[in-house]
Design a protein around this ligand. Structure first.
Ligand code: SF4
Ligand code: SF4
Ligand code: SF4
Length: 288
């Protein structure tokens, strides 16, 4: 009976009795739910070996324990790990199904390639499949945690949209490609365009052409050289030297260009030839 009443929620206003009439438990509950919406708090997963689970979520996801209740630990994202779940929930341990394929923990990252590289250094982490691209152009991978809980890690849809913007697609075309509402993609486009202004950097790099731009990096000017690959809290050596050290707008105003700092600030993926090209192109951009 109670479940039937709950299933009728939301109840039309004229069915909620007034405060002057004594309310039965179900009506009080429904009234309270109207006044103070039910809150979704977190997802709790049963774990057999807390240290192993903590290590997994710390090292691969950068999560820490936010609330420590012994058998129960809430991580910084709200995900909660629970030991002895059978005793607490009240069912036999042998009936617990750890490898469900009907739900997943879903994580997003702006740096999907970085996550996959990190994952490569954990060969014992089981993968359901290798990275793949969904029809809405988002790349993702499914893996299992130490207890067999299914986890999806995908790139954020904003990052997916930015990739299309970088190729020259407008918001409507991007919305179609990534199968998202135009209004949402329009807002992302405006954010992306806002970031793109003033995007020639101190060293002549065009942030607008960088795959990290707008997602994992706000651009050199916006973050004042404190890019994710610089030492924590510090600006990159070129930015530090030109702007903070010499008070210049950019290295184009410096007679030492290209200096030792330029030569030692190099993307390790570049070959010697590619790096020389990059230096020349940046010098040309600064001299325009
Ligand atoms: S190398 Fe340094 S100065 Fe150049 S774009 Fe990157 S962070 Fe900015
Ligand atoms: S600062 Fe460097 S990493 Fe960031 S968007 Fe610009 S080029 Fe890319
Ligand atoms: S010394 Fe190098 S890094 Fe510093 S301002 Fe001159 S060219 Fe730029």
């Amino acid at each position: 009976m109670m479940s039937e009443i709950y299933n009728t929620f939301p109840v039309p206003d004229d069915k909620i009795v007034s405060d002057h009439v004594p309310l039965c438990g179900a009506c009080r509950y429904l009234k309270k739910r109207r006044e103070d919406a039910m809150k979704y708090c977190n997802t709790l997963i049963a774990v057999k070996d807390m240290p192993a689970s903590l290590k997994f979520y710390r090292e691969l996801f950068g999560l820490e324990v936010a609330v420590d209740l012994g058998w129960c630990k809430a991580l910084t994202c709200g995900l909660t790990l629970q030991e002895h779940f059978d005793e607490i929930a009240g069912f036999p341990a042998e009936t617990m199904k750890y490898r469900s394929n009907t739900m997943e923990l879903y994580f997003e990252t702006e740096d999907f390639d970085g996550f996959v590289s990190l994952l490569d250094s954990f060969p014992t982490v089981e993968r359901l499949h290798e990275p793949r691209t969904y029809p809405w152009l988002q790349r993702g991978i499914h893996i299992f945690d130490p207890d067999g809980h299914l986890i999806e890690v995908s790139e954020s849809m904003y990052a997916v949209a930015c990739r299309e913007f970088q190729k020259g697609a407008g918001p409507e075309e991007t919305a179609k490609l990534i199968q998202h509402p135009v209004a949402v993609v329009q807002a992302w486009f405006e954010k992306y365009q806002g970031l793109k202004k003033n995007d020639l950097t101190v060293c002549g790099t065009d942030c607008g052409a960088c795959s990290c731009y707008g997602t994992m990096c706000t651009g050199c000017n916006a973050c004042q050289g404190k890019v994710f690959h610089a030492p924590e809290g510090k600006a990159c050596p070129i930015y530090e030297c030109a702007v903070e050290g010499k008070g210049l707008k950019n290295c184009g105003e410096c007679g030492m260009l290209p200096c030792e700092i330029w030569m030692s600030t190099r993307d390790p993926r570049y070959s010697d030839e590619e790096f020389a090209d990059s230096v020349n192109q940046r010098i040309q951009a600064l001299k325009k």
